[in-house]
Design a protein around this ligand. Sequence first.
Ligand code: MV4
Length: 504
Amino acid sequence: MFKRILVANRGEIAVRIIRAAHELGIQTVAIYHKVDKSAAYVSYSDYAYEIFSVQPKAAYLDIQQIIDVAKKSGAEAIHPGYGFLSERAPFSQACLDAGIKFIGPKPYSIDAMGSKTRARELMEKAGVPIVPGTKQPIENLDSAFEIARKIGYPILLKASAGGGGKGMRKVFREDDFKENFESAQREALKSFGDGSIYIEKFLENPKHIEIQVIGDEYGNYVHLGERDCSIQRRHQKVIEEAPSTVLDEELRQKMGNVAISAARAVEYFNAGTVEFLFDKNKNFYFLEMNTRLQVEHPVTEFITGFDIVKEQINIASGKPLSFRQEDVVFRGHSIECRINAEDPFNNFLPDTGRIEFLREPTGKGVRLDSGIEQGSEVTIHFDPIIAKLITYGRTRSEAISIMLRALNDFKIIGIKTGIPFLSSVLTHPRFLEGDYDTGFLENDFDFSVLHKKDEEILNELAIISTYIHNEEKSSYTNLNASNTSTSIGKNKWKIRGQLFRRWF
Ligand code: MV4
């Protein structure tokens, strides 16, 4: 096992990785740009080295500087976290060349999944269902028209080098094809330095369901079930949960085995995630593979009991998987809310400033993965995610009520956060019913409910908790608070003529 590893990341995920390393008896080396000098993760680490650049983000992307720090600090391995260098094949290669273990897959696997067209080709060969469309970039418009006609409109133009919705265009009819193709090409070239575009059939409001897989360096694989990440705003995940409300055990094992085939097809090892689009008829199609640890991994940890980061480190140190598929049992329900430094009342504008006061939620079923502490400065230089709040309950209802309670307990003064927005989503009847897809925030969620005062949210929490307590699941649909519930006193609420008391 390694004695010391370098964490090539910052914020909450750096803290998360340092915790796992320490539990394994491994020392850690942090790296920081000067704007992060007093960040929490730096003080959690045993050692810390400054890295230099004009733009702070560039330091965390500087392969040579990071490898140099690893060498001089005596780190034997590097964990890249998510974002930054985590899915750059040249970084995985540079580690290999420097004799430092990359805690993640080999360069080939990252590369193979990095090109969406190449991935689609490999997946089809491996028997993994892909969305109907092309496996080669469009070269000639006439043949592209023919393919689109065969698939049937609407179609989606996607960037081969893409992901995350960039360079994506929906096309409804042939007359609009050329114009959309050209703008997708321009955007892809600008974003990825590669203007290749391919065609997929457009699926109407699918769900986003992803499978966590782990492989060791000897060809053994397990899957840890799914996460439902359909609650997204502008291609950013907002709330994730496991298990999904729409999978039964049979479909879970089927998708799990398909995900393992996908991983095997690119000689994948370490932790990875296979993303699927999931339609109303429960068909699922490979979307892409994320060749890294994901933000939302904790929900899987809660329902399986495994520590994915410890598994990653063990695998990178050359150990075989310590458990088999039969050992994976799913128990209970977990939900994650991403806590972003942003103003939900002002178009989610990123917010910055000093954390003047912080009260962190705790208690049964609550996990907080945070990169901030009282006194921290939140700057404009990085993604707005400052913490993740994850809850666990024996049932989905319980995980939700714990989350609402924990969001309400969470007090952050000094910066604005998305907490009021998260509470609003969690209390939406469609969310409570577990009936949502990737179109939820855009089509079904009324952003004006956000203007509710804290007290109204608390009242709703009490109402919903009462329902959960009474296990009246079927009543959720009628819980649209604005017209079916009224506050009639300090601790009493009336819903459809029924009187409830606060019970917590
Ligand atoms: C799709 C799709 C519908 N049909 N592909 C969006 C980001 C990129 N990773 C893939 N995305 C989508 N691809 C086909 N053929 C709908 C989306 C999509 C989406 C996917 C996952 C999660 C949220 C989404 C929000 C809007 C659109």
